[in-house]
Ligand binder design. Structure first.
Ligand code: SAH
Length: 216
């Protein structure tokens, strides 16, 4: 396993400074991202790009999200230590590890078998232990609900109803909503009465959320 050396740490520090300049304010998010060795999530041929603020291919037609996007979604989640967070779209596992570094208990679902297997093998090697599931994230994890926070890291055509049902009162769901070419980042706050308050933020571009018929 490739190490996390002095050079990586320096590049990471610069990336974090650039995220702060781009408007990320939650120091807990920035501190967590400063700890996770992003180069270990990319194929070695992309190593030199790991600390640029860019998305990259991770195989199976999927990408590891741009650091700015990870920071943006993590900030909207308002993560507190010990919270139970459900992530839809494990992908490389990078976002899960950022949430773990913030002290959350992370449950994450991946729809593509190959990616699920690859990430399930990688994360324990670099000492991150989210609870990982293979399946359709649209349905969530009813057996482990409710969750304090839910984050969807693929573009959703609509807001998955089962996920809203699995959110605690007082909880927050963050999701990019819209067609494949452009989505609006949306937060849904469920208040104590169970009512949903919706807020729209900036636009992003995610890979589409796959349905039931996804190929493995
Ligand atoms: N959070 C990831 C980024 C993932 S890209 C990271 O940090 O690297 C989006 C991921 O969502 C892809 O891996 C894709 O396969 C997965 N995905 C798409 N539809 C899904 C679904 N219905 N359920 C679970 N995962 C899904």
């Amino acid at each position: 396993m490739e190490q996390d050396n002095y050079r990586h740490k320096g590049l990471r520090k610069r990336l974090i400074d650039s995220l702060r300049e781009k408007g990320i304010k939650d120091e807990n998010v920035l501190r967590a991202m400063n700890k996770v060795p992003r180069h270990l999530f990319l194929d070695s041929s992309f190593l030199e790009f790991a600390y640029q603020d860019k998305a990259f291919p991770i195989g199976s037609g999927q990408t590891i999200s741009q650091p700015y996007t990870v920071a943006y979604q993590s900030e909207l989640l308002q993560v507190k230590p010990e919270e139970k967070i459900l992530e839809i779209g494990t992908g490389s596992g990078y976002q899960s590890c950022v949430l773990l570094e913030m002290g959350a208990k992370v449950y994450t679902i991946e729809r593509q078998k190959h990616l699920y297997e690859k990430t399930k093998a990688l994360l324990p090697q670099i000492r991150y232990f989210p609870k990982m599931f293979y399946g359709d994230g649209y349905k969530g994890l009813p057996a482990f609900a409710p969750f304090d926070k839910i984050i969807i890291t693929a573009a959703a055509a609509d807001i998955p109803k089962p996920l809203l049902d699995q959110l605690k009162p007082g909880g927050i769901l963050v999701v990019p909503v819209g067609p494949p070419d452009l989505q609006v980042m949306v937060t849904l706050h469920k208040n104590k009465e169970g009512e949903i308050v919706r807020t729209a933020h900036d636009t992003f571009r995610f890979v589409p959320m796959l349905g039931n018929k996804a190929k493995d």
